[in-house]
Design a binder for this molecule. Structure first.
Ligand code: NDP
Length: 450
């Protein structure tokens, strides 16, 4: 992409030179900088204060060895990461991803996105992300525990309730957070809100499990209502993934009157024309840790198809990609558009490729980008931090009501920014700008450190 603004072009060239081969990170930076063009054109102080030069460089990037012993007594070595990207508006905050695809580029892209997402929530949280190339799939509980303890032994030196507060992400659910929290407490002899996504018996927040999926639907409902006077009522919905985000997006979309007809995992997808039976999915995925394929053995009339990308060929009104990055490409977008999709909102981080986003925007499909649409998870993590600081627990209804307010506000702030900067309805531009302005202002006030 050629930036019209010289300052942005110069910064982006430098990012490419400094981070060769880090395709996910460069993709995320390019998208954000492109959106910021009207902002830096309008106000030169972002350039004179070197705000863009600084915001694309992590404040700290930690990489470490994680060794552990498997059930056969063999030593295993994984690589751990924590990227503390930006602390201008609060302690670093962002999840820990455990997946074989985790590398520096993936962690930096996620950490960079997290800066703007956290800012959009309106809560005081900086941006960070971490994880490891460890794959919890197929490992015993004992192996997962030993890995998590070893991982936290190093990570504990860099985090803290007022410094950096990690959370879950792909591969890191309640089990992993529990093992990590236990190890942190043992090492530091302190019971603090150092992690979010904790179990309810030791400081977790009600509604955190549901928050990202519910939040995507609250955002989508508001987007459809305000932009086209539409709603979930009577709509056919396709949701990719079958993990935490996908499951609770399915639940809320159904409650709001939609019919979710498909879910997937990295092997394939299920199509159930009668509407997905979520109790069956929860039993398979949350209790048995099984594969989505097993749904068809238990629900009559449901079909299974190998290969996850085929899910986008199912005709639907609303598509919610909730699995992983770059899972929805230009061809998939074209098929969805041909089949009449009216709204797409990203539950996963960066699930749509730049080509897909371009096609949706050109076709006038309402499009909710990840950093706005899936911010409900981190927002509720922020609410968990508040409860931990107060040493109080709020009710499910209280947390859910706050989550809904936050998602509605994120939509309006993004929409208003898109209008103010002459891109009305382009929420990619709007969310990037709205998220950026607050962080940039805080960076200006705090000066440059020498
Ligand atoms: P989970 O680990 O619970 O679930 C991930 C799901 O995505 C699984 O069904 C997994 O299938 C599927 N998946 C993974 N890789 C691929 C692939 N290459 N192709 C197709 N499907 C794939 O993770 P979450 O639900 O927590 O996270 C999903 C996305 O949402 C991620 O992008 C995450 O960063 C984002 N997110 C999550 C938040 C949260 O609160 N959990 C908050 C904000 C964003 P399989 O079992 O086969 O691997």
């Amino acid at each position: 992409m050629a930036f019209k603004n010289e300052y942005l072009a110069k910064v982006y060239d430098k990012v490419c030179a400094r981070n060769p081969g880090e395709t996910e990170f460069l993709q995320a930076v390019e998208e954000v900088l492109e959106s910021l063009e009207p902002v830096v054109e309008k106000d030169k102080s972002y350039e004179t204060n070197g705000i863009i030069d600084r915001i694309v460089e992590p404040e700290r990037f930690i990489q470490f060895r994680v060794s552990w012993v498997d059930d056969n007594g063999n030593v295993q070595v994984n690589r751990g990461f924590r990227c503390q990207f930006n602390s201008a508006i609060g302690p670093y905050k962002g999840g820990l991803r455990l997946h074989p695809s985790v590398c520096a580029s993936v962690i930096k892209f996620l950490g960079f996105e997290q800066i703007f997402k956290n800012s959009l929530t309106g809560l005081p949280m900086g941006g960070g992300k971490g994880g490891s190339d460890f794959d919890p799939k197929g490992k015993s509980d004992g192996e997962v525990m030993r890995f998590c303890q070893s991982f936290m032994t190093e990570l504990s030196k860099h985090i803290g309730a007022d410094t950096d507060v990690p959370a879950g992400d792909i591969g890191t659910g309640a089990r992993e957070i529990g093992y990590m929290f236990g190890q942190y407490k043992r090492l530091r002899n302190e019971f603090t809100g150092v992690l979010t996504g904790k179990g309810l018996s030791y400081g977790g927040s009600l509604a955190r499990t549901e928050a990202t999926g519910y939040g995507v639907c609250y955002f989508t409902e508001e987007m459809m209502k305000c932009m086209k006077n539409e709603s979930f009522e009577g709509k056919t919905v396709v949701i990719s993934g079958s993990g935490n985000v996908a499951i609770y997006a399915t639940q809320k979309a159904t409650e709001l009157g939609g019919k979710v007809v498909a879910l997937s995992d990295s092997n394939g997808y299920v199509y159930d024309k009668n509407g997905i039976n979520l109790d069956v999915v929860k039993q398979i995925k949350e209790v048995e840790r099984g594969r989505i394929k097993e749904y068809c053995d238990r629900v009559e009339g449901a079909e299974y198809h190998e290969g996850c990308s085929g899910i986008w060929t199912i005709p639907c009104d609303i598509a919610l990609p909730c699995a992983t990055q770059n899972e929805l490409d230009g061809d998939a977008a074209a098929t969805l558009i041909k089949n009449g999709v009216i709204a797409v909102a990203e539950g996963a981080n960066m699930p749509s490729t730049p080509e897909a986003i371009e096609k949706f925007l050109e076709a006038g499909v309402m499009f909710g980008p990840a950093k706005a649409a899936n911010a409900g998870g981190v927002a509720t993590s922020g609410l968990e931090m508040s409860q931990n600081s107060e040493r109080l627990s709020w009710t499910f209804e209280e947390v859910d009501a706050k989550l809904k307010d936050i998602m509605v506000n994120i939509f309006h702030n993004s929409y208003n920014a898109s209008k103010e900067y002459d891109h009305e309805g382009n929420l990619v531009v709007g969310a990037n700008i709205a998220g950026f302005l607050k962080v940039a202002d805080a960076m200006k006030w705090q000066g440059v450190s020498y």
